[in-house]
Design a protein around this ligand. Structure first.
Ligand code: AMP
Ligand code: GLY
Length: 424
C-alpha cells in the first residue's frame, strides 16, 4: 500500500521512518519532504503542504492507500476533509476538529464550557477594551493571538507598559497578521511543563509517552522562543499519579467535549500541560504531533505506527493495545546560526555514516550537485535512545558534535532540567 505524508520537517521524517517499519508499506511519498527525507521517501518538492488541490490530485493519481497530514496549516485548511471526499483514508482531524488548535478562543471557550482546567481568561476583539482591561490586571500576564502564528503568538509581558505594547502590536499593527484579530488575555500559570501527545479516534484515547520540550533559544531557558531546541521522553514530572489525574480531568473530558460540539477529534491530540500547585492545567492544545516531541516519542513506540493510525481512522483504537519501549530518548536540535531570527542557508552538511543515533532532517535540501545543504532554521534533530536519560543524552550530544555545517548552533543543556527532576 502506497502512503502519502503531508509535510517536510523533522516530525514528518520521524513519522516516515516509523511507517516504513511496516512490511505492508509500499512507496512513501512526502509532500514536499526535504533533502534528508529523500533517503527514506519519494519527495515531491513542487507540492507544498498547503497546496490542497495538488495534494488531492496527487493522492488520486498515485492510488494512495493511506495519507498522514502532519502540520497544523493543512489540517486547519481542511486537507483531511478534502482527502476523505476523494475517498483516501487518512490520519488527522478534519477542519472543524482542528479548530482546537487553530482558534485559541474556540479552545478556551470549550474548556470553560466543559470544566476542563485551564488558566482564567478573557477574550477581546477590540483593542480599546483589551487596553482598559489591562489596567485592572496583575502581572505577568499572558497575551495570545487567536489564530495560528508559527508558535510565536504568545507574549508574556511583565508589566502594564509591556502589556499595552503587546496588545497594540497584535491587534493594531497586526504583528501576527489576521490571527491577531481576536486575542485571549489569561492568567500566568507556574509549574513544570509537560507535553502529552495522544492517539485518539474520538472516543478512545491512547496517550503516548510524555515528553519535555525546550522552547527558548539559549542555555538556561534564555533568549527568544523557538519551535523547540530539543526534547526528552519520558518527562519525569509526569508521574503515574499525574497521568491518572490528566486522563480523568483533562483527556477524556476533552474528547467528550469535542463530540458534544459535533466535531469529534480523530488523529494526534497534543496536550500542552502545566503542573501547577492547583493540579494539571491545559496551556494549549495542538491538533497534531509536536515538533520536536515526535522525534523522541515515536522511537519509543513498540506497536506498529501504521496499525495504530489505521485504527484511529477506522475508529477501532479501543480494540488495540498500544505498547511502548522502556528507557529514554533525547533529541538535540542543530540549528543554523541566527535562528530563530534570519539565518544563512546553503551550507554543506557532513554527517558521519557510523553514528549510533537517528538523524531526523528538518531544514535541508539536495543542491544541484547532489550535496546536502542547509535550507532552514532548524536543520537536524539528533535522537538517541538509551536505558537511562543520562545515556540517551550522552549519545545524542556525542553524535551532535560530530555533525558539521557552518554556523551550527545547539543548546548544551537539553535534558538537564529533567535530570534534576529525576534526582530530586
Ligand atoms: P504556546 O505557543 O501556546 O505553546 O505557548 C508558548 C509558551 O508560553 C508555553 O510553552 C508556555 O511556556 C508559555 N505559556 C503559555 N500560556 C501560559 C500561561 N497561561 N501561563 C504561563 N505560561 C504560559
Ligand atoms: N514543540 C512544540 C510544538 O510542536 O508545538
Amino acid at each position: 500500500m502506497d502512503i502519502l505524508v503531508v509535510g517536510g520537517g523533522g516530525r514528518e521524517h520521524a513519522i516516515i521512518k516509523k511507517l516504513k517499519e511496516n512490511p505492508q508499506a509500499g512507496t512513501i511519498y512526502a509532500l514536499p519532504g526535504n533533502g534528508g527525507i529523500a533517503q527514506d521517501a519519494v519527495c515531491v518538492p513542487e507540492i507544498g503542504a498547503k497546496d490542497l488541490d495538488r495534494i488531492v490530485d496527487f493522492a488520486r493519481s498515485h492510488s494512495i492507500g493511506f495519507a498522514v497530514v502532519a502540520p497544523d496549516d493543512p489540517l486547519a485548511l481542511g486537507c483531511v476533509d478534502r482527502l476523505h471526499e476523494a475517498g483516501v483514508p487518512c490520519f488527522g482531524p478534519d477542519a472543524k476538529a482542528a479548530r482546537i488548535e487553530a482558534s485559541k478562543v474556540f479552545a478556551k471557550n470549550l474548556m470553560k464550557r466543559y470544566g476542563i482546567p485551564t488558566a482564567r481568561y478573557e477574550v477581546f476583539d477590540d483593542s480599546a477594551k483589551a487596553l482598559a482591561y489591562l489596567k485592572t490586571a496583575s502581572f505577568p500576564i499572558v497575551i495570545k493571538a487567536d489564530g495560528l502564528a508559527l508558535g510565536k503568538g504568545v507574549l508574556i509581558p511583565q508589566n502594564l507598559p509591556e502589556a499595552e505594547a503587546a496588545v497594540k502590536s497584535i491587534m493594531e499593527d497586526k504583528a501576527f497578521g489576521d490571527s491577531g484579530s481576536e486575542i485571549v488575555i489569561e492568567e500566568c500559570l507556574t509549574g513544570p511543563e509537560v507535553s502529552v501527545l495522544a492517539f485518539t479516534d474520538g472516543r478512545s484515547i491512547a496517550p503516548m509517552v510524555s515528553s519535555m520540550d525546550h522552547k527558548r533559544a539559549g542555555d538556561g531557558d534564555t533568549g527568544p522562543n523557538t519551535g523547540g531546541m530539543g526534547t526528552v521522553a519520558p518527562n519525569p514530572c509526569y508521574t503515574p499519579d499525574v497521568a491518572a489525574e490528566c486522563i480523568e480531568k483533562i483527556f477524556l473530558p476533552t474528547l467528550a467535549a469535542m463530540r458534544a460540539e459535533g466535531c469529534p477529534f480523530k488523529g494526534c491530540l497534543y496536550f500542552g500541560l502545566m503542573l501547577t500547585p492547583d493540579g494539571p492545567k491545559v496551556i494549549e492544545y495542538n491538533c497534531r504531533f509536536g515538533d520536536p516531541e515526535t522525534q523522541v516519542v515515536l522511537p519509543l513506540l513498540k506497536t506498529d505506527l501504521l496499525t495504530v493510525m489505521q485504527a484511529v481512522e477506522n475508529e477501532t483504537l479501543g480494540e488495540l493495545t498500544v505498547e511502548w519501549h522502556g528507557g529514554s530518548a533525547a533529541c538535540v536540535i542543530l540549528a543554523s546560526g541566527g535562528y530563530p531570527g534570519s539565518c544563512e542557508k546553503g551550507k554543506e552538511i557532513t554527517i558521519p555514516q557510523d553514528l549510533p543515533v537517528t538523524v531526523y532532517h528538518a531544514g535541508d535540501k539536495l543542491a544541484e550537485d547532489g550535496k546536502l545543504v542547509t535550507s532552514g532554521g532548524r536543520v537536524l534533530g539528533v535522537t538517541a535512545v538509551g536505558g537511562t536519560l543520562h545515556d540517551a543524552l550522552k549519545e545524542a550530544y556525542a553524535a551532535a558534535e560530530r555533525i558539521g555545517f557552518e554556523g551550527k548552533y545547539m543548546r548544551h543543556d537539553i535534558g538537564q532540567r529533567a535530570l534534576r527532576a529525576l534526582e530530586g
